[in-house]
Design a binder for this molecule. Sequence first.
Ligand SMILES: Cc1cc2nc3c(=O)[nH]c(=O)nc-3n(C[C@H](O)[C@H](O)[C@H](O)COP(=O)(O)OP(=O)(O)OC[C@H]3O[C@@H](n4cnc5c(N)ncnc54)[C@H](O)[C@@H]3O)c2cc1C
Length: 402
Amino acid sequence: MEDVVVVGAGPAGLCASLALAERGVAKTIIAAPHRPAGDRPDTSTAALFNPSIQLLQHLGVWEELAAECTPLRSIRLIDDTRSIFRAPEITFESEEIGQPAFGYNVPQGPLIAALRGAAERAQLVCICESEGVRHFTHRHDAVVLGLAEGATVDAKLVVAADGRNSLARQAAGISSHETPCDQTAVACAFTHVRDHRFVSSEFHRRAGPMTVVPMPGRQSSLVWVERPEVARRLGTLDNAAFSRTLERNLLGLLGMVTEVGPRSLFPLSHMTARSMANRRIALIGEAAHAMPPIGAQGLNLSLRDVAVIAEKTADAQRTGTDPGSDECLKAFESARMADAHQRGFAVGSLNGALQSDLILVQLARGAGLHIINSFAPLRRRLMRLGMAPASPLPVLMQPRAE
Ligand SMILES: Cc1cc2nc3c(=O)[nH]c(=O)nc-3n(C[C@H](O)[C@H](O)[C@H](O)COP(=O)(O)OP(=O)(O)OC[C@H]3O[C@@H](n4cnc5c(N)ncnc54)[C@H](O)[C@@H]3O)c2cc1C
């Protein structure tokens, strides 16, 4: 019987298996072929804040990735809602909180490849190639995972990283709270004539945010949230027409758009699991919480789940406790639930406020941003909270002792 089995080889599952190995816990990862949520091979990027970058350093993959990643020195919010209560433009500088950058923009394809390579090399990680887990059966001392190929694997603890439609979440009997989200994101990389000066810009628009994040040279990645029918139309435009439309919607910020890469469409959803652990199954990543790409919260939140599950499981191993016991699951859940709910609430509220026709909601959003802009201590606090919760970070997200 295995002590720990990780299900899912997306970024959360691969990081979890490496983090458990880093903490000295042996485990098997069930690696179904990775299928990103979009409609094409994943050319998207993820803005990862400094604590997540620290985790990648601890896991030994950062050196391989660093050359392809771009520092995020400033974050600019631009109100393009055309509301009568227009919010001021706000720019947060990482220098204001004494950091050279908030984090880095990391391409997701190379991230998965680097994590996968490290998992293949790690002695404590056993990769089980499979088309996936098809069913979970509960025994008092283990969960039995039935694989698509017919084999079974017994585990005291299942770390479920099987994405937003998680079968493991259902097997654990955990329900979820879903908010309808009639939006689709168009993602691609593009080149432009003006320098991005390492500034990430988030345009707040009525259909949702449109974010451009710096990449190496005069390139940026785009995540443009729109109504599904508009996103589909944007997806079918030829490159020249798309470039002109993008240029217009960027309000001249990056000058002429000279080239656009392949576009992927991601239908968005907003889901928070009502619990993060039950019946020997702990949920991490999008199995526990999926949200629209606002403020770069999704994968950063998932990597905090990763660091905590590794820490709690290593604690259990050290004290000879069953890693799938209620005690161990409770320790994980109580460390993670508030963060997941607060991020979900904040992202949902901002997304809802952008789309709201209510004058009072528009007024409150505009006034809130005015206050943030003019009150430096509040700005600094929000910048720190945007990167990570105020509670102490897990060991794997803290700088390494030299
Ligand atoms: C356009 C876009 C931009 C984004 N930008 C950012 C950003 O800037 N910053 C940020 O922090 N986050 C960002 N995110 C969020 C981030 O990309 C996701 O949170 C992250 O990819 C989710 O990773 P995951 O491993 O939890 O899930 P997934 O990537 O969905 O991986 C789940 C894995 O489980 C596997 N699987 C499913 N079922 C089974 C089964 N039964 N058995 C075995 N395996 C199974 C799947 O094949 C897949 O490999 C963005 C998301 C989008 C869509």
